[in-house]
Design a protein around this ligand. Sequence first.
Ligand code: SAM
Length: 254
Amino acid sequence: MTDDKKPGRTRKSSGRGQRDLRVRVKTAKGRKLSSTLWLERQLNDPYVARARREGYRGRAAFKILELDDKYRFLVPGARVVDLGCAPGGWCQVAVERVNALGEKSGKRVGRVLGVDLQEVEPIAGAEIHQLDFLADGADDQVKTWLGGRADVVMSDMAAASSGHKGTDHLRIVALVEAAAQFAFDVLEPGGTFVAKVLAGGAETEMQAMLKRNFTKVANVKPPASRSDSSEKFVVAQGFRGEAVDEADDEDQND
Ligand SMILES: C[S@@+](CC[C@H](N)C(=O)[O-])C[C@H]1O[C@@H](n2cnc3c(N)ncnc32)[C@H](O)[C@@H]1O
């Protein structure tokens, strides 16, 4: 059965002899308008279709692919920690790019370690643990699992939505700051930290903190990030090796 024959889905014609290929979803009894709009967006999203075709667990995979195409941090041999990795799209990309399965002959073999609050279906080439990265000792635990420090710490985590934009923004900034602190404890000097943030004003201090601790900090909105979403990503490269706190700030800027 093709999509357009499924109940509740129709393809509309523009009426001018041209086909409008957008899939429209009819409202159905018991389905909220927000669910109808979400379903319609999913059905019309080229990244959703591409993820299905290419075997990724979600469209989020393309965000890290596009970030890596630009900044080249997922290199063969790299050891990667993916914070908040469920359902696993970013891990799948990391496994391919760092050669965690050793499929690229002659290239170094990397490691991918993902953690999440939720259980995650196994991913070939990745080691996944159910862990709250905010728990005491989570950084040491991750270093033990990894057998040392990481070259990349990446986070696509989002705090549960409160429905209030300002509150959500503050929560995600706090989560990114915590992820950055985690990265300081786990990264090898020269390492990379990638994290999702929501644009909204409260991230100025976080940006300053990243600039103190990394040689290069970029703010990016990859094409796969929906244009109507306030999410963007920070890519901080060249970890200086020892976390610099505010007290040391003046020395750093001398
Ligand atoms: C948007 S999803 C990540 C999607 C993922 N990058 C992918 O490609 O499949 C965000 C994840 O962060 C996880 N998360 C949020 N807070 C966390 C925490 N404190 N520790 C571990 N995982 C967390 C959530 O459980 C959720 O699965």
